[in-house]
Design a protein around this ligand. Structure first.
Ligand SMILES: Cc1ncc(COP(=O)(O)O)c(C=O)c1O
Length: 356
């Protein structure tokens, strides 16, 4: 039966869990996906209108990806030959895995790590070596250094989703320099963190720094991601792996326009960091949760057995956060995205009422 192998493959794939998306709740205050609502709706309307004006979607976007890369190059101050783009950074991670890794590539990462990346490794049967977070949701550098000898590739999201942890800069630099193999540092949340390792790309030929427009720019729906790496990696990616027209015209043009507005982004990031501090302090004041520090646009907390009740009660009030459950030694973790001041106040007020 020639079809048998195919049926077997379908069965094998359907047994995988797949990426767990949050439940869509209409009209809910959306604090479940680490999007950026501080960037206001008018800003994205203007971008799309601007993109529409200069686009003709009857044509393939010939030469426009190059323009986006040029704009990124100016913004990041790295050569365009070191940049690649993708349909969201998800797609970049996926393409790196599928083209560079096999069932024999052992990937060193943290536990937990970015869920999509982990699920993709499972999909391609790529083995992972996972270093767990400690009780206070930090990572141990020495543990990573010792396990790195057994690994072929290192993947870390810095800051980490879902914990919000970021290694001290010196530690991450040491890890990258010591790792004998490719290193992917996923900087999806870097604008909310303490530092970036982007500049290391110039001296570290094994380093790939992946970034996105979804968080800093508040453009998750456009699906725009990019990476910066050594020229040989960027060249093979753009010329051989990712072609001819992976991004749509509107996303490309809106991305180019967004890069001209970086002041709006940095103001939004400053506000988010301030609001993050307010959320952490207020959640801690309740004495009902263990609340972890965060360098990202979300806050993780252990609801100490009350996670179901908190989650459901918030949903009933039209507030959607993320229920994560067990992370390391913590049984009942919840993650809330830092939204606008008003959104955060509604969330904190609802929590206060719930605990009364
Ligand atoms: C660590 C990390 N990397 C990448 C992504 C995906 O970004 P994109 O929207 O560019 O696919 C996310 C999204 O939540 C993330 O948490």
């Amino acid at each position: 039966m020639k079809n048998e192998w195919f049926q077997k493959k379908i069965k094998e794939l359907s047994s995988l869990q797949g990426y767990q998306k949050p439940e869509k709740q209409s009209e809910a205050l959306k604090l479940d996906s680490n999007e950026n609502f501080v960037i206001n709706k008018q800003f994205q309307r203007d971008l799309i209108d601007g993109a529409k004006k200069i686009s003709d979607v009857r044509e393939y976007p010939l030469g426009r990806i190059e323009k986006l890369i040029e704009a990124l190059s100016k913004n990041l101050k790295v050569s365009p030959s070191m940049i690649g783009v993708g349909n969201g950074s998800d797609q970049i991670l996926d393409l790196l895995l599928v083209n560079f890794c096999s069932k024999k590539t052992r990937i060193l990462t943290s536990d937990p790590t970015f869920g999509f990346f982990e699920e993709r490794c499972k999909l391609y049967s790529i083995p992972t070596i996972k270093i767990p977070f400690s009780k206070d949701m930090t990572l141990d550098l020495e543990n990573f250094l010792s396990k790195s000898k057994n690994a072929d590739l290192l993947y870390l999201d810095s800051p980490n989703n879902p914990t919000g942890f970021q290694f001290p800069k010196k530690d991450l630099e040491k890890l990258i320099k010591n790792f004998d193999g490719p290193v992917i540092i996923d900087e999806a949340y870097v604008e909310f963190g303490d530092y970036s390792v982007l500049n290391m790309v110039k001296s570290q030929s094994n380093l790939i720094v992946v970034r996105t427009f979804s968080k800093e720019f508040g453009l998750a729906g456009l699906r725009l991601g990019y990476f910066v790496a050594n020229k040989a990696i960027a060249d093979v990616f753009t010329r051989i792996i990712q072609y001819p027209y992976p991004l749509n015209t509107i996303a490309i043009e809106a991305g180019i326009l967004a890069l001209q507005k970086s002041k709006i982004m940095s103001d939004a990031a400053t506000l988010i960091k301030k609001e993050r501090k307010r959320i952490i302090e207020n959640l801690r004041k309740t004495n009902a949760f263990e609340v972890f520090d965060s360098k990202a646009n979300f806050v993780l907390f252990d609801a100490k057995g009350a996670e179901r009740r908190i989650y459901t009660a918030l949903v009933e009030q039209g507030i959607s956060i993320r229920k994560l459950g067990k992370i390391g030694k913590h049984q009942g973790c919840l993650r809330v995205t830092v939204g606008t001041k008003e959104m955060n106040s509604k969330f904190l007020l609802a929590i206060r009422d719930l605990l009364q």
